[in-house]
Ligand binder design. Structure first.
Ligand code: FES
Length: 150
């Protein structure tokens, strides 16, 4: 009788342990991907403070813009219709799409939700809530050096 009871208890213990661990494993297998999806990776701001572009100043025509990499993030180099070189973060301040230059409008545009920025990076139309981050551009001889503004 005692032997049967002990066997019954250990079987029950095993079943409880098994169900407990499978329920735990199930919860972990469901919650981990959800938590991983919801918590963004810690990429942070680009650590680069200065970048020398592979483009030469005379290769950038007025009323054009081109994307370059500033650290790990996209940036945009613009030559205004008046001939001035400017650079901004190309990450839209609305939902982080990459902006582009629109020669027909002579300003920076985000295709995702029709956001517009002027040639100072100011948000002038559409949903972007803030200006683009502006960088300092120096054309040194045959090089263009872009740095974070102080
Ligand atoms: S992400 Fe640029 S306008 Fe929405």
């Amino acid at each position: 009788m005692a032997e049967v009871l002990r066997e019954d208890v250990s079987r029950r213990g095993f079943i409880n342990w098994f169900l407990g661990t499978s329920a735990g494993a199930f919860l972990v297998s469901v919650l981990y991907p959800v938590a991983y999806y919801l918590v963004p990776p810690r990429t942070g701001e680009s650590a680069a403070a200065t970048v020398t572009l592979s483009i030469k100043p005379n290769e950038v025509k007025p009323n054009t813009g081109q994307i370059f990499k500033f650290g790990s993030r996209p940036a945009i180099l613009v030559r205004t219709p008046a001939g001035e070189l400017r650079a901004f973060s190309a990450v839209c301040t609305h939902l982080n799409c990459t902006v582009q230059y629109r020669p027909d409008l002579s300003h920076i545009w985000c295709a995702c939700h029709n956001g517009h920025f002027d040639l100072n990076g100011q948000n002038i139309a559409g949903p972007p809530p803030r200006p683009l981050e502006a960088f300092t551009v120096n054309a040194r001889g045959n090089q263009i050096v872009v740095s974070k503004s102080a």
